[in-house]
Design a protein around this ligand. Structure first.
Ligand SMILES: [Zn+2]
Ligand SMILES: [Zn+2]
Length: 155
């Protein structure tokens, strides 16, 4: 808790990250609000694996520092969040709410180092792959999209 609450400049923020080829780089100036694991089928298809680990950023704290011209965004078009990735290497970078770009979540695997934040919940657990059951780790589970208002951000 101490760690996740640390202000900018005290070891946790700013966070930096990159795609796999390194041509796209970004910076997050404030600590993440929280993080979660997503088991939806969309995350399975785009990652090729069981889930996405994603961290919600504070509005206005995210910016690209290089390679923004390489970033492509896939828009599902059905209200699902947009998915941004590096067009050169395919590395996943972030997802954002199509109706409110301030709601932007980073893929934790793209970060350069430990953000100090741990996942607070599992979401879309009804869609978890049979070959990777949701771990029994005591975190709250949401059969569909998680409701951040039901998650204890101070935990
Ligand atoms: Zn790349
Ligand atoms: Zn998902």
């Amino acid at each position: 808790m101490e760690n996740s609450q640390a202000p900018v400049g005290e070891g946790v923020a700013p966070l930096t990250g990159a795609c796999m080829c390194g041509r796209v780089r970004f910076e997050i100036s404030e600590p993440l609000i929280g993080a979660a694991y997503c088991y939806c089928k969309r995350c399975q298809r785009r990652t090729g694996t069981a889930f996405s680990a994603t961290g919600l950023t504070r509005p206005g704290s995210f910016r690209f520092t290089s390679g923004e011209d390489l970033v492509h965004t896939y828009e599902p078009g059905d209200g699902g969040w947009n998915k941004s990735f590096c067009s050169n290497c395919g590395g996943h970078l972030l997802t954002s709410n199509p109706d409110n770009p301030d709601l932007l979540a980073i893929r934790l695997g793209a970060l350069d180092r430990d953000p100090g934040t741990r996942a607070l919940a599992h979401q879309f657990t009804d869609y978890a792959a049979p070959w990777f059951p949701v771990p029994d780790d005591g975190l709250p589970r949401f059969p569909e999209r998680l409701d951040w208002s039901q998650v204890d951000l101070e935990a």
